[in-house]
Design a protein around this ligand. Structure first.
Ligand SMILES: Cc1cc2nc3c(=O)[nH]c(=O)nc-3n(C[C@H](O)[C@H](O)[C@H](O)COP(=O)(O)O)c2cc1C
Length: 184
């Protein structure tokens, strides 16, 4: 299974991007691959630019999502919701409405935060947004990584054993679920 990963944070030292990188290693252990898709260079959504010949970055985003068997979205919570950069990417990818590359694409959501809440409100918001794009979201208790700054070592590797086990469980469950959707 080929997965596409999107981080909702553009920061070089992003905890969410580190979690996505850890997810890529776990996916590999599970016999899947996970490639990261950059979203920081997308223009702001503008209907005048959208159509048969959208900007190159948008074409690349849509092609990558279209080719993937599933999406892994890992994002921080900004002001109780999803970051604008992530919403912008999803808005571009969501066209044409209800028939876009996001429609029917199995997706798993995760979040990392320095707070103990771990981005729970962002996940609720993101599920709502993905409802508008007909994107099925892995129906399992949320994968939340609170106090995330303590889970990684100086090289950015996930060293917290409990989190590693939870991540394995969550991703293997997601892969099995995505597989079952593909077979249905
Ligand atoms: C604009 C902004 C808004 C934020 N709002 C929230 C919030 O509502 N809830 C929360 O738990 N953390 C909030 N944070 C803290 C981020 O979740 C935290 O900085 C996180 O580490 C950012 O993710 P990153 O490390 O992947 O960049 C906010 C940070 C920023 C920059």
């Amino acid at each position: 299974m080929n997965l596409l990963g999107i981080s909702g944070s553009l920061r070089k030292q992003s905890l969410n991007t580190l979690l996505l990188q850890a997810a890529a290693r776990v996916a590999q252990d599970e016999g899947a691959s996970l490639q990261r898709q950059a979203i920081g260079d997308l223009p702001l959504y503008n209907g005048d630019l959208d159509g048969d010949d959208p900007p190159a970055q948008v074409k690349a985003l849509k092609a990558a999502i279209g080719d993937a068997d599933g999406l892994v979205i890992v994002s921080p919570e900004y002001n109780y919701g999803i970051p604008g950069v992530l919403k912008n990417a999803l808005d571009w990818a969501s066209r044409p409405g209800y028939q876009s590359v996001l429609a029917g694409k199995p997706t798993v959501i995760m979040s990392a935060s320095m707070s103990i809440i771990g981005g729970a409100r962002m996940q609720a918001h993101l599920k709502n947004v993905l409802g508008g794009t007909l994107t099925p979201v892995y129906p399992a208790p949320e994968f939340l990584l609170g106090t995330a700054h303590k889970a990684f070592d100086d090289d950015g590797r996930l060293v917290d054993e409990d989190t590693r086990k939870r991540l394995h469980r969550h991703l293997s469950g997601f892969l099995a679920w995505a597989d079952s959707l593909a077979e249905a």
